[in-house]
Structures are given as structure tokens and as C-alpha cells.
Design a protein around this ligand. Structure first.
Ligand code: M6R
Length: 611
């Protein structure tokens, strides 16, 4: 959601900025723009893709050693050229880009209108920019000071980058609630919403914290708080290679990421799980083990796919650790004045680590004395940094909007956590513990095996590509996988889909069943098997079209279903890591056959940094 890039240094800025914007396309956007400084400000912006901006820019004067660029995901004002960023201040001296929402912009706009300001866009960003310029002119101060004064007046979330005609080497940046990374080079600095725009130039980065302001020049990076006190920048070394953010021969990032799962799950388990030795090493859990052992409850907060991982974890943790678990949508939890007791453990699950709702939910819970445990994929992200402890999923950068490998990484981490806590609590038998460790260790190989049959799912997708609706049903550990399958199909193919616990079908959704409705059953062999066979019969009796994800050798369901996909046998607790993969493939191939831009489906953002 909104991508931000900046450069100041000895290179030509435009190629760095435009390449950076392409790297951030995955975040989701509807317009793009750049601002350069060469004598005066040059701002080029366009509704649509970065490629359209590039076409529009051909032949323009692009020479500059400083530049800022933006991909906008519309909040205030429709997607259009005039609402695209960068915005230029009323006096034409400043240009600014912004990710976030200024909540009190209307009040500030009113004040500026009374002073005679005119606005060329509908955005909250232009309001903040003119507010900053107004302060700069009236207080006769520099841009840094004006930004500091302005930020103390505004509420909401922001990451802003500004350039000033009168100071042609400096970028002023600040953040609260929206991410900002600064890459440190020799005689140059890079700025980005994440590290991907700077990866080929430097591995040394500084993650800027909330309420910090950065003064960035080619040879200098000064960090300050809003009280004008200097802060020593903490330089981190990136552990990420360029290949990780490129397609590597696949048509789409989504497909690449689905196929990466044998190795991403392996990377997640590596160094932690040793089945032969009977050990799980997770320092984040070890440091907080007493809190987990004595926890009277665990609350999981997350959004979207990460929320589905939380639901699977609820089943696993309750079963293995006998600790009550509540799974909450972060967006509801943060606003409904929930009861949070000192010592409650909140597990925040997030791929990006920047989801605004999840971030604010845990900030509030932390203030109330809860212990925050983050399960995050993006290293150094905001949720990872504000958590008291945590575990990375180590899935590597996930670029496709649809979460795939991050989800299986979340399931792997959550299962290891549950096993570790259960072992410490002695709420699991030694036999079951050992069995599950070996089961977990075998997952990468099993995912690899099932991916070899991806062509089968492709054929199923082609058969059902004209469906207008679909139902996804599952029971027990596979119920959240049914929800996840429906979410994937919606976002990637635009087919309306609903997920339900299979038994709930009789309480309403069965009214939808006709001889044209595909009903996807996630029905691997588990303790619910007989029950779900009955549910399949109920759909068949109404002529519904059954697509079943089942365990190899399951002839009972194979004989009932219209189409089947087999996954290798696995313990019911481990099976979700396998059964979700064919559903990811189904949505991918459905999307492709229906002509959807699967990596960047309409209206969606990879990192949802506004509430
Ligand atoms: O980065 P997060 O895991 O916090 O993101 C949460 C959701 O926005 C995300 O899972 C979303 O639902 C994906 N598009 C699902 O594929």
C-alpha cells in the first residue's frame, strides 16, 4: 500500500528511483510519480502502472542527483493524475510523497483555505505539504524545523519524504506507523518502504522508528526525534539477495512463491527442529517460556491469511498445550475495548510486519501489560521490533499479493511453538511429541511431491474457470484451510467464494448448491473423515460439483467427487501445510485462465499500512 523511494548521491537519481518503484509495485497501487531537482523541481506523475509513467516521461529532462518516487494506493480522492504523488507545495518550492492517512487533515485544510491556499488535489498529503510550507514561510525556519512543527500538530499515520528547491542535496523524511528503511552507501543514501529498492547498491540499512525524522544527504544521515534530539542510527546488515526478489524464470511471483515452499518451509525449520535429537530450538520461546507455561490464555491477532494461520494455531495450541486461545481480527480487537490482563500473551501474526491494524492492536495491548509475541516474515519490520519476543518465519521476501509461502511458514512456526510449549508443560506424551517432530520434518519433502502434480490442478482450474461462485468446506484443522482457499480464490480469480466449516453448510449455504456450483472439500484423512464423507454426500445429493483435496489412497471420497487432488498422508495437525498448497495452485491457475494480473490483483495491496 503506497510505495516510497528516495535517492540522494552521485548517481543519476531517476533510474534508481524508477527501478525502486518497480520493486515496490507488489505493494499495490493505482498511480505513480517522481520528483527530481535540477535547477528547479520537476514532477512527473500518472494514473496507472509505473510502465505508463515511464512512457509518459520519455524525452523529458531527467537529469538529477536527488529524487523521490511514489506508488499511490488511493485513500483520499480517486486514482487520477492530479491525486498522484509527488505533490508540489503552493509556492512550488517543495515536493512531497506520503504513505498513510492524516486523520485531522480537514481541520488543517480549513485553516489553510482561510489563509487563501488553493488545492489542486483531493488528498490529505497536499494539505500536510502546504501546512509545512506555511510554517516554513511564517516561522522563517528551515524545512527540517517546519516538518517537526507540523508533525506535532497532525494525527494519523505517515511516512513522508520531502525535497526542497533551496536545499538540492537533502531529503527530509519522517515516519509514524508506515515503514521507512534508509540504505547507507558511500557518498549516497537510498530510502524505501522496504529494502528492495536498494538491494543492489547496499546491504547496510537503518530501520527508522516511529516519531523519528531523518535528514538525508549524500554523505550524511542524521536521525532525530521530534524533540530535535539526535539519535544514533542503528545500522543493520541485510541478509537478502537480489535473486530473492526476482521472478527467477517463473511467469509470476505467486507461482514462484508457491513452488518455493519446500525450501521456504525447510528454511523455517532449519536450525530449530531436530527430530532425531527430539529438540526444538526457538530462543524467542525459551526467553518467554515461564510466561507461556503460566499463561491463562493466549490471544492471537492478525488479518487475512495470517488470521487463518492463527485459527489453525488455535486448534493446535489448545490440543497440545491445553491453554485457551482466542483468535481476533486485529481491526476489531483494536477498537472494541477488549479485556487484556497483565500477563496475557498476545501472538501477532503478520507476513509484512507492517499491517496497520495488527500493529496498533498490539501497541494497545502492550500498554495494557500484555506480552507481545510476533510471528513475522519481514525482518526488521515494525511488528517484529515492537514485540517482546518472537520468531521469524524465514520464508524470504513474498512479492505476490497473495500470501502463500508466508502462510506455510507461519503454520510451521506456530506448530513448533506449540510443541515446544507442550513439551515444557508436559501436556504432551513423549511418543506424540516425537511423532509430530518427525511429521513436521517431513513436510518439505511432501510439499515437493505434491507440487509435481500441479498440472492436475491446472486441468481442474480450466474445467471450472467459468464458475461465478464457489464454496470451500473443511472440518477441524482443515476448516481454516477452507477459509484460506476461499480467500485465495476471491483475490486472485475474482470469483465469489465462501469458506465454511463443512457441517455449517446445512445451516444456510446449502441453499446455494446447484448443478453448476463447485464445492471444494478439504478432506484429508483425519478424525473427521466419516463426518465429512456425509457432508460430501449431502452436496452430491443436490447435484453440486465436488472438488476434493484428499489423502493418497482415499478411495471413498475419490469415488464420490467429480475431481480430486491427492496429497501425501500426514498427521491431521500437520495436514494443513499440505492441503493449502493445491488451493493456492487452484486460485493461481483460475486467475491465469481468467486473465487476472495475479501478482497485482485489482484494489489489493500487499502491505496494508492504513486501517
Ligand atoms: O502482512 P500481513 O500478514 O499482516 O497481511 C495480512 C493480510 O493483509 C494478508 O494476509 C492478505 O489477506 C493477503 N492478501 C492474503 O493473500
Amino acid at each position: 500500500m503506497c510505495g516510497i523511494v528516495g535517492y540522494t548521491g552521485y548517481r543519476e537519481a531517476y533510474p534508481v528511483v524508477i527501478k525502486g518503484l518497480k520493486r515496490l509495485e507488489y505493494r499495490g497501487y493505482d498511480s505513480a510519480g517522481v520528483a527530481l531537482l535540477n535547477g528547479g523541481l520537476k514532477v512527473y506523475k500518472k494514473q496507472g502502472r509505473v510502465a505508463e509513467l515511464e512512457e509518459f516521461i520519455v524525452g523529458k529532462d531527467l537529469h538529477s542527483h536527488i529524487g523521490i518516487g511514489h506508488t499511490r494506493w488511493a485513500t483520499h480522492g480517486e486514482p487520477s493524475d492530479r491525486n498522484a504523488h509527488p505533490h508540489t507545495s503552493a509556492k512550488g518550492k517543495l515536493a512531497m510523497i506520503h504513505n498513510g492517512i492524516i486523520e485531522n487533515y480537514a481541520q488543517i485544510k480549513k485553516e489553510l483555505l482561510n489563509k487563501g491556499y488553493l488545492f489542486t488535489s483531493d488528498t490529505d498529503t497536499e494539505v500536510l505539504l502546504n501546512f509545512i510550507e506555511d510554517i516554513k514561510v511564517n516561522n522563517e525556519c528551515n524545512l527540517e524545523e517546519a516538518v517537526r512543527i507540523a508533525l506535532k500538530r497532525i494525527s494519523g499515520a505517515y511516512c513522508i519524504l520531502l525535497i526542497d528547491e533551496s536545499d538540492p542535496e537533502t531529503i527530509i523524511a519522517a515516519r509514524k506507523g508506515s515503514p521507512l528503511v534508509i540504505g547507507v552507501g558511500k557518498g549516497e543514501h537510498f530510502l524505501g518502504s522496504d529494502a528492495s529498492p536498494m538491494l543492489e547498491y547496499t546491504k547496510e540499512v537503518v530501520y527508522v522508528n516511529d516519531y523519528e525524522l531523518a535528514i538525508v544527504r549524500p554523505d550524511e544521515l542524521i536521525l532525530k526525534n521530534l524533540g530535535n534530539e539526535k539519535i544514533t542510527p542503528f545500522v543493520t546488515k541485510l541478509d537478502m539477495e537480489l535473486a530473492a526478489i526476482e521472478k527467477g524464470g517463473y511467469d509470476h511471483f505467486m507461482l514462484k512463491e508457491i513452488f518455493e515452499q519446500p525450501s521456504s518451509i525447510h528454511d523455517c525449520l532449519r536450525g530449530r527442529l531436530d527430530a532425531s535429537a527430539g529438540t526444538i530450538t526457538m530462543s524467542g520461546i525459551e526467553q518467554n517460556i515461564e510466561a507461556f507455561k503460566s499463561a491463562s490464555r493466549i490471544i492471537i491477532v492478525a488479518c487475512g491469511t495470517s488470521w487463518h494461520a492463527g485459527l489453525v494455531a488455535e486448534y493446535i495450541i489448545e490440543e497440545l498445550c491445553r491453554i485457551p486461545v482466542e483468535v481476533e481480527y486485529a481491526s476489531e480487537f483494536r477498537y472494541r475495548n477488549p479485556v487484556v490482563n497483565k500477563g496475557d500473551i498476545i501472538i501477532a501474526i503478520s507476513q509484512s510486519g507492517e499491517t496497520a491494524d495488527t500493529l496498533v492492536a498490539i501497541e494497545r495491548a502492550k500498554e495494557q501489560g500484555a506480552i507481545i509475541f510476533g510471528i513475522v516474515n519481514a525482518v526488521g519490520s515494525s511488528i517484529a521490533r515492537i514485540s517482546n519476543g518472537g520468531a521469524y518465519t524465514h520464508a524470504g521476501p513474498e512479492i505476490g499479493v497473495a500470501s502463500t509461502k508466508a502462510f506455510t511458514g507461519q503454520l510451521a512456526v506456530l506448530t513448533m511453538m506449540a510443541l515446544k510449549i507442550a513439551k515444557k508443560k508436559s501436556s504432551i506424551t513423549d511418543e506424540r511429541y516425537t511423532q509430530l517432530l518427525f511429521e513436521l520434518e517431513a513436510v518439505p519433502e511432501k510439499v515437493d511431491a505434491l507440487l509435481k502434480n500441479a498440472g492436475k490442478i491446472k486441468a481442474i482450474a480450466e474445467k471450472y474457470k467459468d464458475a461465478t461462485d464457489a464454496l470451500f468446506l473443511g472440518r477441524g484443522y482443515n476448516f481454516p484451510i477452507a477459509l484460506e482457499g476461499a480467500l485465495k480464490l476471491k483475490e486472485i480469480s475474482y470469483i465469489h467464494a465462501e469458506g465454511y466449516p463443512a457441517a455449517e453448510m446445512k445451516h444456510g449455504p446449502i441453499a446455494l448448491v446447484t448443478d453448476t456450483l463447485p464445492v471444494v472439500f478439504v478432506a484429508t484423512k483425519d478424525s473427521y473423515h466419516e463426518k465429512i464423507v456425509s457432508n460430501i454426500q449431502e452436496i452430491k445429493a443436490r447435484k453440486g460439483l465436488v472438488i476434493a483435496i484428499i489423502t493418497e489412497g482415499d478411495e471413498v471420497i475419490a469415488a464420490l467427487a467429480n475431481d480430486v487432488f491427492f496429497v501425501p498422508p500426514a498427521d491431521e495437525m500437520i495436514a494443513p501445510m499440505l492441503s493449502c498448497v493445491p488451493l493456492q495452485l487452484l486460485s493461481y491457475y483460475m486467475g491465469i485462465t481468467r486473465g487476472v494480473d495475479v501478482d497485482k490483483p485489482r484494489n489489493l495491496a500487499k502491505s496494508v499500512t492504513v486501517e
